[in-house]
Each structure stands twice: as C-alpha cells, then as structure tokens.
Design a protein around this ligand. Sequence first.
Ligand SMILES: Nc1ncnc2c1ncn2[C@@H]1O[C@H](COP(=O)(O)OP(=O)(O)OP(=O)(O)O)[C@@H](O)[C@H]1O
Ligand SMILES: [Mg+2]
Length: 349
Amino acid sequence: MSQLSFADLLQRRLVFTVGKGGVGRTTVTLGIALEAARRGQRVLVVELEGARGLEMALAAQREQVHPPAWLDRIEYMMIDGRRALEEYLGLIIPVRRLLKTVFSSNVYQYFVAAAPGLKELMAIGKLWYEAEQRNPEDAAGASGAHQLVLVDGPATGHSLQYLRMPQAALEAFPTGLVHREAERVVGLLRDPEATGVVVTTLAEEMPANETFEMVRGLDALGMHTAMLVVNQVHHAPCTRAELDGLPVAAPRPLAVVPATRARSARTPANPEVLLSEIVARAHEEIGWAEINASHVQRLAAQINAPLVELPYLFNEEFGPDEVCRLGRTLAEQLDAVPPTAPRPRGGRK
Ligand SMILES: Nc1ncnc2c1ncn2[C@@H]1O[C@H](COP(=O)(O)OP(=O)(O)OP(=O)(O)O)[C@@H](O)[C@H]1O
Ligand SMILES: [Mg+2]
C-alpha cells in the first residue's frame, strides 16, 4: 500500500472528497482545510451548485467567539455550472454586446437547459481553472492565491457524473477547442501528483458497498484514490466479559439504531437503573464496534489506498470544534505511519 503523509496530500493542486450522502464528506473536506490552514497553507474550499453544507459549516467556524486567525487562509467558492459557462464564454467572446445577445437568446437558454452534462462539464472546467491559478510558493498569501483547491463533492453517483464529463467531451469532440480544453482537464484529473480523491465512508454495509462502486468508477476514469476515510468509527469501551461481571440484571434487548442515533429520552430514576442503562449502552457500543471493525477490514482488504479511521464523536452538538478535531486526527493518522511499515489496522490516536 502506498504511503501518504498529510503534507503529501497538501502538495496536490486539487483534492476531491467523495462518498455516499451523509457519511461526512463536508466534515472531512473542512477538517482537511482547517488543518491545512493551521499548518500555514492557503486553501480554496469549493462546493458545487445546490449544496450549502460547506458554506454553513465554514460560517459556523467563523462565528465562534474566538475564531483562530488562520481561518483567514480559507477561501470559499460555490461553483455553478451555468455561471461557469457564462464566465468561459466571456473569455472566448470578448465583445460584451455580442455576449449579451447570446445569453438572452432562446437558443442559448434551451441549449444550456437541455445539453446533457454541460453544466457538470463547465463546473469541472472551472475547478481546473482554479487549480491552475494556485500559487504553491505563496504561503503568506501576498498574491492572494490559494495553494490547494479542496472540493466537497456531491454524493457518489453525482460526483462520478461530474468527473466523467471531461472524458465524455474528449470522446465526443475528436478535435477542436472543446477537445483541447477537455484534454487539459482530463490531464489534471488523471495526474496522481496533481489530483487526489478522498473517498469517505462509514464502516457499514451500504456505505461500504457504495465505496467499492465509487473506487471502481474512479479506476475506470483513470483517477487516483489518494486515501480512504472511514468516519464515525465506534470503539468498544470494554469487553463483554467485563460487562457480564457487573451486578446488574441482563440488559434489555436493544434495536440497533443508526450511528446518528437520537439520545435516549429516558431518565434513570435510581443508581441501579442508571447502571443498567450504562451497561445496555456499552453492549450497544460493543455491537457497533464489531460491525465497524468487520467493515473496516473488508474495506482495507479491497481498496489499495491509505486508510484513516475517524472516531464517532459523542457530543451533545457537532460543531466547529469537532470538525477541527477530526481534521487534526486525520492528519495525525496519516503522519503516524512510518514510510516503510504497513499501517496498523484499527488503531486510534
Ligand atoms: N465523526 C463523527 N462523529 C459524530 N458525528 C459525526 C461525525 N462526522 C459527521 N458527523 C455527523 O454527521 C453529520 C453529517 O456530516 P456531513 O455534513 O459532513 O456529511 P455529508 O456527507 O457532507 O452529508 P450530505 O450528503 O448531506 O452533504 C454531521 O452534521 C454530524 O452531525
Ligand atoms: Mg455535505
């Protein structure tokens, strides 16, 4: 398995986070951005049309009572394919009046609405442009340029749709302007030194299956899975034998609830009830830890990329501190692997 330090990841021009809906793509993207900024890097974080999660999560960071100064190194952009197309047309048709006529024509409106994949193609083109604008030397930001573009991609299928478009354009237009532009974008996406995909998942049946599908899709596009992030991993707080030794009645059977479970509304009335609640929760947590461990093993066996496990954080509220903490954990785990040793399985920092 190839090794990748956090600094290696930050050397890329473009890092694209993908994964099933709700697994933590936004958290991972922003966590990486926060840690990169804390280490002195200027980053541009991007989300694609229709999503607002990243913008909100970044706003929550900025609205803290004492936001860290290095938050200023993170710039946000929402990329809308239609706007990107208009920007692009503005570059190739510099006559303003002509451009206005094009934009207001029915043919243009129809074309933009109906052309399959056009908006996705333009959005990826804009990403390419932003990645090319980076200035790797300018940590101080004198030029205002970012050093890395981090994209909070949409859920699996839609991300593949975006990433596939430049290749499709390349095949559809064997020569000419579109071909040349698409060739440059495909070149960036396929260059493992320039572009890295961070595949994010939960260690559960459905997300793991979707992850295999995603990695196969990336392979088919000739793209590099830079790392696999397994989010919300539960760890057993103790053994079943230890629980069995406690003087409590057998725990009530529990329905297995999703990882984003609601908090129990029951209030234990006395210490015995409290203890039995704790034991029940511990059994539940052991159950989740076992499920997670088996899927982590499956993922590690089938996906040839460095694997990072982020813990499930049991906090009343999941906010700016938690995102920051997970970003730091991700970086520390990548950096903890000595260059020649295989990565230990299941270890948490
Ligand atoms: N490690 C974690 N521990 C506990 N909760 C977490 C963790 N990571 C994420 N979450 C919870 O999961 C929620 C969803 O995370 P996030 O918004 O990053 O997912 P997403 O993949 O971007 O979702 P969407 O598909 O809606 O864009 C967060 O708001 C948070 O409540
Ligand atoms: Mg999101």
